[in-house]
Design a protein around this ligand. Structure first.
Ligand SMILES: [Zn+2]
Length: 274
């Protein structure tokens, strides 16, 4: 089955054909993006050759979509320019990306919300197969793009579950409220090495993890360490629960006689005891 159709792949992308094969939709399209040299900015109308990319796009009817996008490689007509040819730029996908921009955005959102391995399973179920390593790369690339070269002054270090049972470090820029980086391990050594590259940091917000504190002391001794505000009320609630449980025990909480066959419900707050 082959037919021509209109798809919303973004401006400048014209679909030439669609076929459903091997449980996937294959879409052939031509791109007509910006034909100006990225080096000197000169426009060109002299095509050198075609450049073909394979991109994963949003699924159709639960089946993965592979977009085979053909775009022109053009000659730079400026004799003084160091670049001889260039590929026209399209808004559909970033240069060298293997996914369309909208799929990359979804991958990043899933990665932030659910971590690597869980996102890999969910995205596969949604017909957008991506490996957990690709999800991590997407997160890191996005954080670098948004940093915009601005210095980091106040950061937070927190856990982020990459795989079930494995927690890794997320560095959050507190001033811009964006993820600044993702550390693949959360050891004191790796934290310290990352911090040494950012001598401009003056405040580090963290949880009560000892390895994290050690890493900050080694890597950013100039920075002031402060408690993450999420952990302050959490710790207060835990202490309060333990205290109230202790008072309740001393006061002698009245118990109803057990009914045969009923399971005795645990006292509220028992799990706070050690
Ligand atoms: Zn040029």
């Amino acid at each position: 089955m082959t037919k021509k159709a209109n798809f919303a792949f973004g401006p400048g992308v014209v679909v030439r054909g669609v076929v459903f094969r091997e449980n996937r939709w294959f879409v052939w399209a031509d791109g007509a993006g910006a034909r100006s040299c990225p080096e000197c900015g000169g426009a060109s109308a002299s095509r050198h050759s075609w450049h073909v990319r394979r991109l994963h796009d949003l699924p159709i009817q639960g089946a993965p979509v592979v977009l085979e996008l053909r775009s022109g490689r053009w000659r730079c007509l400026n004799e003084r320019c160091a670049r001889k040819t260039f590929v026209e730029r399209l808004t559909t996908a970033s240069p060298f990306a293997r996914k369309t921009r909208r799929v990359s955005d979804l991958v990043r959102l899933f990665g932030h919300a659910a971590g690597g391995r869980t996102s890999e399973k969910l995205l596969a179920r949604l017909a957008m197969p991506v490996s957990d390593n690709a999800i991590l790369r997407q997160l890191k690339r996005h954080s670098y793009e948004r940093r915009d070269g601005a210095p980091l002054r106040a950061i937070a270090i927190d856990d982020w579950s990459w795989r079930k049972g494995f927690n890794y470090g997320t560095i959050v820029d507190l001033e811009r409220r964006i993820v600044a980086d993702v550390l693949e391990t959360r050891s004191a050594k790796e934290t310290a090495e990352w911090l040494k590259q950012h001598a401009e940091i003056v405040v580090v917000s963290r949880d009560r993890c000892g390895r994290c504190a050690q890493g900050v002391r080694q890597g950013a001794p100039q920075a002031r360490q402060v408690a993450d505000r999420f952990h302050l009320p959490a710790e207060l609630a835990r202490k309060h629960e333990r205290h109230m449980t202790r008072i309740s025990r001393f006061a002698g909480r009245p118990k109803l006689p057990a009914v045969p066959g009923d399971r005795q419900a645990p006292l509220r707050g028992e799990r706070g005891l050690r």
